[in-house]
Design a protein around this ligand. Structure first.
Ligand SMILES: [Fe+2]
Length: 216
């Protein structure tokens, strides 16, 4: 992983024009394949099994994600690989001891593929203002998880004693979601940004500005 340069990590990405993708990069080819599956397709008609297969095939053998693996400062990082109208693809880097909030997914479909290390996903339900723990499942490199609000809330963290890197596909993109307090169960709306965009550090870059610039 690459440490963020503190001199640039607070800057907004200097170039908001839509980047070119490379046929030579397997991660860029994955974004093109995902575009064919997701762009303009009603959510109810998305072939989720096909999407999971594409993610698994990439996660099981490719390392072209390394150029985007930038660590955050203090919490896990969210590195934008690609964003279109109907989906976004993010690389998340996790250090030992870090964890996501317990969160929902703003009524969107979400896939997670583990690229390196091992991650745990814990499910939660939220009824009558109370959080209840559900199952915990571990995923190693190549493993793919899927979640949606009608399945559960969840929390992601590296398996004990290690870190990890994961690829997250949100269809459609998520700019805000609900995070739940583990003690009280109270939800809070949170806005999510990016640690980097296409390998350029830009701590908490505004997703809306990027969407406008990339998709018109
Ligand atoms: Fe999530």
């Amino acid at each position: 992983m690459t440490d963020l340069d503190p001199k640039t990590s607070g800057d907004i990405h200097p170039n908001l024009t839509r980047p070119e993708r490379s046929e030579d990069c397997s991660l860029d080819r994955l974004t093109v394949a995902l575009e064919e599956e997701l762009e303009g397709v009603p959510v109810a008609e998305v072939d989720g099994a096909r999407v999971a297969t594409l993610l698994h095939q990439y996660a099981a053998g490719e390392r072209t994600w390394e150029r985007y693996a930038m660590e955050g400062q203090g919490s896990y990082s969210r590195n934008l690989v690609w964003r279109s109208r109907d989906f976004e693809l993010l690389l998340l880097c996790w250090k030992e001891g870090q964890a996501s909030s317990i969160h929902d997914h703003a009524a969107q479909n979400c896939w997670m593929a583990v690229l390196d290390g091992a991650l745990e996903e814990e499910h939660f339900s939220h009824r009558d203002g109370t959080l209840r723990r559900g199952r915990v499942k571990s995923y190693e490199a190549g493993g793919v998880a899927f979640i949606r609000d009608d399945i559960a809330l969840h929390q992601i963290r590296p398996a004990a004693g290690g870190g990890g890197v994961s690829l997250h596909l949100y269809a459609r993109p998520i700019d805000e979601c609900l995070a739940f307090c583990p003690e009280s169960g109270d939800p809070t709306k949170i806005h999510v940004g990016y640690t980097s965009v296409r390998g350029a550090a830009c701590a908490q870059a505004d997703p809306v500005a990027i969407r406008r610039a990339w998709t018109g």
